[in-house]
Design a protein around this ligand. Structure first.
Ligand code: NAD
Length: 296
């Protein structure tokens, strides 16, 4: 298929590469021209704007953008996708944004004859590169079926979560739990080490005991416990603390609308807010352990 792809960042670039590997032809746009050049080298065609992608004769458009403001600008702006895309072109937004914005954009797209799905992902940059992402998809079943072969080229688990916006609901609930669990693991690891434990031995105990979770086992925040995680490379790469802060904000905002209490999610949000204010928002989200480590 001929696919348009907008947003070639930490996640979008490897996802786009997997679409190329699966044999699709790609027309890509990102304001960061180096990101576009790297994809062109891998076989994609460059477009100069969202309008140019919409007019390139694509059958499907995938977007992977930072925030709801970017998504609204790219879809609803004067030079955006909806103003220029042909009827029937399938639109898939994989950015993590709030469910209400996702529903707003999908409603406008559907009304003008463009089927649309929200399809945020989990699995991180490693999963994006390996093509093993989990897609949480909101939209109608028939559009989901249409998108399945494309999403399967980028992910291993593609799950229909219900109507438009429900992919985002699943995503923000999961990421709120991830933020809470990372803060919990950071607190426990820092406590154990402050009381004299070796970090690697402590992580081994936790990971064979009842405190075990993804944040302790696969993505431990304490340096020296695991290789090939951000903690092993000065918290570079991975999932930025400011993106976690964004996701916790999405969860707490949605909770406020629903009058649903999320006390631990709100506490995690405040801790990431503090960390960001200290100037560390660009570090991977596991660096939150530096709030608790004496050495840091
Ligand atoms: P990123 O900041 O690395 O990449 C975003 C890209 O979007 C950048 O290259 C930026 O130049 C581009 N962009 C900005 N405005 C644009 C526009 N108008 N048109 C086209 N491109 C534009 O972010 P990321 O880590 O790739 O994350 C993207 C989304 O995926 C976010 O919503 C994030 O919350 C979510 N997410 C990230 C991870 C992760 O581990 N990084 C995991 C799951 C979900």
């Amino acid at each position: 298929m001929h696919i348009g792809f907008l947003g070639l960042g930490n996640m979008g670039a490897p996802m786009a590469r997997n679409l190329l590997k699966a044999g699709h032809s790609l027309t890509v746009f990102d304001p960061f021209t180096q990101a576009v050049a790297a994809l062109v080298e891998a076989g994609a065609s460059a477009a100069a704007s969202p309008t140019a992608v919409a007019k390139a004769g694509v059958e499907v458009i995938v977007t992977m953008l930072p925030t709801a403001a970017h998504v609204k600008q790219v879809y609803l702006g004067k030079d955006g996708l909806l103003a220029h895309v042909g009827q029937g072109v399938l639109l898939i937004d994989s950015s993590t944004i709030d469910p209400l914005s996702a529903r707003e954009v999908a409603t406008l797209a559907t009304a003008q004859g463009n089927p649309m799905l929200d399809a945020p992902v989990s699995g991180g940059t490693g999963g994006a590169a390996a093509g093993t992402l989990t897609f949480m998809v909101g939209g109608s079943v028939s559009v989901f079926d249409q998108a399945l072969p494309i999403l399967s080229a980028m992910g291993k688990n593609v799950v229909h979560c219900g109507s438009a916006g429900n992919g985002q609901v699943a995503k923000i609930a999961n990421n709120m739990l991830l933020g809470i669990s990372m803060v919990g693991v950071a607190e426990a690891m820092a406590l154990g080490v402050a009381l004299g434990m070796d970090a690697k031995v402590l992580a081994g105990i936790i990971n064979t005991s009842s405190g075990r979770c993804w944040s302790s086992e696969v993505y431990n925040p304490f340096p020296g416990v695991l290789d090939n995680v951000p903690a092993a490379r000065g918290y570079s790469g991975g999932f930025g603390s400011d993106l976690m802060l964004k996701d916790l904000g999405l969860a707490t905002d949605a909770a406020r609308h629903a009058r649903q209490p999320v006390p631990l999610g709100a506490t995690a949000q405040q801790l990431y807010q503090t960390f960001s204010l200290q100037g560390h928002g660009g570090l991977d989200f596991s660096a939150i352990i530096n709030l608790f480590r004496r050495e840091a």
